[in-house]
Design a protein around this ligand. Structure first.
Ligand code: SF4
Length: 369
């Protein structure tokens, strides 16, 4: 007899309700099942104690529940922990846990690798292997909440791990609907931040979504030329058009767009850059998150000195920009995006070389929703 074929991890609540009808299970049971899987991270049918034996058997014969598997973790002296997770097809992604008060933060992935080719990022060197499914995005959040014993605690989620969320728009939005579902993990959209390089057609779709995460824009440059050097996607969606789109983006009351700015020595860290950045953001409800680069082998850039970092932050503040300079969390475990996967791949140099010389998708092949 063939085993279960349908993956329950991929289903939204309404889809699960419909999928129960042929099994002669009442629709309201979907909410119970959803709570077990997505709130309590229980994927063993036998532990779903408010379901009858007949229901459990019917469910077990019909559904699998794919769950990413933690295969490695490294914990920094500051508590930041980086996880390597294996998906059902053996591909690997990473996620980072940043302990903090009042809420703990999970930095999660939306793709295996990335197509955006940002020149300061190690994940970029992998190219894009594939998009994550909605179930895989939700699944690694579920696994980490369980592993870290955060099932009962409020968490923040930042879509800043591997991948560009708006390049995997459909799955990312489905994942957000599932993560925020009140019968599941019930994470408030106010606690979710989507970080993007600014794929403009997708950004305009996002502006009309019912579930609206906080928006973080990877800016990183103050002129078209400088931003194109760091983010090749800027050729297709230039800085000027991106800022115009941000001006009309529906920012929630008492909220601001975060502009991320990776600070790189002698590239974008001059006083003129700081002044230009302040000028670009004049009139925005914005805050700037300055992220001093974590230097890494294979990345052709250096971290600015502490004085340069301080000077940049102070100049922004003097120009009335709300600014925070990110603490370097997890530096001793390489918690910057992509680093764990690549280090682990050193065990298979052929594979790693292939991903360097033959990225499967380039920034020019970006698909739009
Ligand atoms: S910085 Fe983000 S968008 Fe750019 S290549 Fe790395 S993972 Fe992709």
């Amino acid at each position: 007899m063939a085993g279960p074929t349908r993956d329950l991890a991929e289903l939204e609540l309404a889809e699960l309700e419909s999928a129960l009808a042929p099994l002669d299970i009442e629709p309201y049971r979907a909410k119970q099942i959803y709570r077990w899987v997505h709130r309590h991270a229980v994927t063993d049918w036998g532990q779903m104690t408010d379901l009858s034996q007949r229901h459990r058997e019917a469910l077990a014969n019909t559904f699998t529940i794919s769950t990413p598997r933690v295969t490695a973790r490294s914990r920094s002296s500051d508590g930041t922990t980086k996880f390597l997770l294996e998906l059902a097809d053996g591909r690997r992604i990473e996620a980072v846990y940043i302990p903090d008060s009042p809420a703990h933060t999970l930095c999660v992935s939306t793709q295996v690798g990335c197509a955006m080719q940002c020149t300061f990022c190690l994940t970029a060197k992998m190219g894009l292997e594939r998009h994550l499914t909605a179930g895989e995005i939700v699944g690694h959040v579920r696994v980490l909440r369980s592993e870290l014993q955060l099932l009962e605690q409020p968490i923040n989620i930042v879509l800043m791990g591997m991948g560009e969320p708006l390049h995997n728009y459909k799955a990312t939005m489905q994942a957000l609907r599932m993560i925020t579902c009140t019968h599941g993990a019930a994470v408030s959209p106010r606690r979710i931040t989507l970080s993007t390089v600014g794929i403009l057609p997708a950004l305009s779709h996002l502006a009309n979504e019912s579930i609206m995460p906080n928006l973080a824009i990877s800016l990183h440059g103050t002129t078209e030329e400088q931003r194109t050097l760091l983010l090749p996607i800027n050729r297709r969606y230039p800085l000027s058009a991106l800022l115009a789109a941000c001006r009309t983006f529906p920012v929630k009351r008492r909220n601001r767009i975060t502009f991320e700015y990776v600070l790189i020595r002698n590239v974008n860290d001059s006083p003129a850059d700081a002044r230009r950045l302040a000028g670009l953001l004049a009139g925005f409800r914005a805050k700037v998150n300055v992220i001093p680069l974590n230097a890494a082998p294979g990345i052709p850039y250096e971290r600015p000195t502490a004085e340069q970092i301080d000077r940049f932050g102070r100049l922004l503040a003097e120009h009335h920009v709300i600014v925070s300079v990110r603490k370097s969390r997890g530096q001793d475990i390489r918690a910057a995006c992509g680093q764990l996967v690549l280090e682990s791949d050193r065990a298979s140099p052929g594979q790693q070389l292939a991903s360097f010389i033959n990225p499967t998708v380039t920034a020019n092949q970006v698909t739009e929703p």
